[in-house]
Design a protein around this ligand. Structure first.
Ligand SMILES: NC(=O)c1ccc[n+]([C@@H]2O[C@H](COP(=O)([O-])OP(=O)(O)OC[C@H]3O[C@@H](n4cnc5c(N)ncnc54)[C@H](O)[C@@H]3O)[C@@H](O)[C@H]2O)c1
Length: 390
């Protein structure tokens, strides 16, 4: 029997085939905004009242990182009181060690007790990457998905965790093993939060800037080479370089994410720095922060690239200098252990469906994928890591 289309529509279709078979075909449009803004809690700022919607949102469930609440809670409450918004606030202590299903359940309970409407009252997440991932995860599960708004307050969150649509919790002894794709309504990026971030956390976030610059953006690399020390010193509060650096990083990330939101293509250049780091980081917890492990992976991968003639000695030295100016570690004993690094790559290959798909820089600011890095190449690069300044 011929297929018979029962109901074609722009967003879905139903087809009957043979006598008792039906096929449903549906597509879902994803659209969200990322905006760089100043003074999110200034009384005249409309962003958090609108929450990315056409109408003001006058009842809001908010989940805020407890540390951020200590620092900005008073300002935030004054902002909402000024605008007459009814708020239910959950102030949550978070850390990588407690980024788990229990924490997501605490958030779900908060949404339940706040009685949020299913479509018109986005949950507002204010915090670092851990908090944003947790709230995105809970919002994606609660009633099978309700809208949410990301307000990143930490460096890594500002140009990485807030920009994409991935959510996750740590589980099964692995980082981010349970997760989903759940796009926010809007991500509001206000770099003034960085003024209270600890130096090590800033350096940690800069590890992701380094990654993006080396693999994708010569202009960003150039800015980081010239200004990293100043950016650290001023906590990204200067009005010229910091907005450009953040803007380049966010746009670079979005250029890579937007055509591949659900990671159907596993050759992803934004995975640079995330090939060996995940396992190393897990084994080194809490010694190494995520961005520190990423930066070490970047350096290790640059050494692999140099051995293949993709980078010059001079380029590797430039990367080392930028890492120094970002106050990132240049050495860690795990990056000097070939056996562990091979195990890390094998684990990553499972995530990349059985192939290495290793992004390597092809000159500073360009990317190529390789699939034939062998034990010898890893051993030689690991030996070089023991002489970080070379
Ligand atoms: N979903 C994604 O695409 C994505 C991308 C990158 C990272 N991540 C996740 O992000 C997490 C790392 O994020 P993170 O580095 O922001 O860590 P984090 O959220 O643990 O924040 C680090 C510390 O900074 C504090 N903090 C946050 N904002 C502050 C501020 N303005 N002033 C002072 N202190 C502040 C927090 O309380 C915390 O103690 C990881 O779990 C990682 O998996 C997710």
């Amino acid at each position: 029997m011929n297929d018979r289309v029962i109901w074609p529509a722009s967003m879905g279709a139903l087809t009957r085939f043979e006598a008792h078979g039906w096929r449903v075909h549906a597509t879902q449009e994803v659209s969200y905004e990322v905006r760089q803004i100043d003074g999110i809690f200034s009384l005249d700022s409309p962003e958090l009242i609108a929450c990315g919607r056409a109408q003001p949102c006058l009842r809001q469930a908010i989940v805020i990182d407890a540390r951020v609440d200590q620092l900005y809670g008073e300002e935030m409450r004054a902002y909402y009181a000024h605008h007459g918004v009814e708020v239910s606030i959950l102030s949550l202590s978070v850390s990588e060690e407690t980024k788990d299903l229990d924490a997501a359940m605490t958030i779900a309970r908060h949404l339940e007790s706040a009685g949020v409407l299913r479509r018109s009252e986005p949950v507002v997440a204010i915090g670092g990457g851990v908090l944003l991932d947790l709230v995105g995860f809970a919002a994606g599960l609660y009633r099978r998905g309700i809208p949410y708004v990301k307000v990143p307050t930490n460096a890594m969150a500002l140009w990485d965790a807030a920009v994409g649509i991935k959510t996750a919790v740590n589980a099964l002894d692995r980082r981010n093993r349970l997760g989903s794709y759940h796009a926010p309504t809007v991500a509001l990026l206000d770099r003034s939060f960085l003024s209270t971030v600890e130096s090590r956390e800033l350096s940690n976030g800069m590890g992701e800037l380094l990654k993006l610059a080396v693999i994708k953006s010569p202009r960003l690399f150039d800015l980081l080479e010239r200004h990293s020390e100043m950016l650290l010193l001023t906590r990204f509060q200067d009005g010229i370089v910091a907005p450009e650096v953040i803007g380049l990083a966010v746009e670079g990330m979005l250029e890579e994410l937007a055509p591949n939101l659900w990671e159907l293509t596993l050759d992803r250049c934004v995975d640079f720095g995330h090939s060996f780091a995940p396992l190393v980081e897990m084994k080194a917890l809490p010694e190494l922060l995520h961005g520190e492990a990423v930066a070490l992976d970047v350096l290790f991968s640059c050494r692999l690239a140099r051995a293949r003639g993709l980078l010059a000695d001079q380029d590797v030295r430039r990367v080392v200098r930028v890492m120094k100016s970002m106050q990132l570690p240049l050495r860690h004993r795990f990056f000097e252990q070939p056996g562990l690094l091979q195990e890390a790559l094998a684990d990553t290959m499972r995530h990349r469906d059985g192939r290495q798909r290793l992004p390597l820089p092809d000159g500073i600011g360009a990317c190529r994928f390789v699939n034939d890095v062998d034990a010898d190449a890893i051993r030689i690069a690991a030996e070089e890591m023991a002489h970080a300044d070379a």
